[in-house]
Design a protein around this ligand. Structure first.
Ligand code: ADP
Length: 198
């Protein structure tokens, strides 16, 4: 069983991911993979150097993230060119890890934790998409608190993503994380029960 786990920034996706993991669900983490594909020696970096120039690589061969971030800031075409190189590699690695979990245990529940699942059009790989939801005002408050952001900065982060209400509408299953941690835990248990006998 493949689950796609997503949400908005600070809606509680990491929190739910930990609860799932503690209940034996195997987690494939897209953020970790996104960092790993940029590590020194990864084939992707040769493609980045060909397109952008070797000055975007560090002496150890890894990506100069800061330089790249500055370069693509406010340059949508350059950002798109980078994404066209990076996204397929991330997608392939997520798929590889999900399939490896299934091969190791055909009965396993595997959850791919993908913050921008809908934004990146990655729905088709998953049998059930679970959205971790809180209303926008709760999301803003938790984001400001967690990351020490001003209201304007937090609004900016939220506005860069698909609205959480849209994600909720598209979900196969919603975990509402606006209540207590115990309430969220109960919903996670209910989700796993609902996925049926394994
Ligand atoms: P995400 O991974 O979606 O960005 P996190 O799991 O990091 O979100 O949660 C965002 C913030 O909200 C964290 O500081 C976390 O401790 C807090 N948080 C998560 N769930 C709850 C909850 N049910 N009640 C109160 N605070 C919560």
């Amino acid at each position: 069983m493949r689950i796609g786990l997503t949400g908005g920034i600070a809606t509680g996706k990491s929190t739910v991911s930990k609860l799932l993991e503690a209940r034996g669900v195997r987690i494939v983490d897209a953020d970790v993979i996104a960092r790993e594909v940029m590590n020194p020696g990864q084939p992707l970096l040769a493609a980045v150097a060909r397109r952008f120039g070797s000055e975007f690589l560090l002496p150890d061969g890894g990506l100069d993230r800061r330089r790249m971030a500055e370069h693509i800031f406010n340059r949508p075409e350059e950002r798109q060119a980078l994404n066209a190189i990076v996204h397929p590699a991330i997608r392939a690695e997520i798929r590889r890890q999900v399939e490896a979990c299934e091969a190791a245990d055909p009965e396993a529940v595997v959850a791919a934790d993908i913050p921008l699942l809908y934004e990146s059009g990655l729905e088709e790989l998953y049998e059930q998409i679970v959205v971790v939801y809180v209303p926008r005002e709760v999301q803003l408050a938790r984001l400001m608190l967690r990351d020490g952001l001003s209201p304007e900065q937090a609004e900016g982060r939220l506005n860069a993503q698909l609205d959480i209400e849209d994600k909720k509408r598209r979900a196969d299953w919603v975990i509402d994380n606006s209540g207590s941690p115990e309430e969220t835990e109960r919903q996670v248990d209910l989700l796993l029960k609902n996925l049926g006998p394994r």
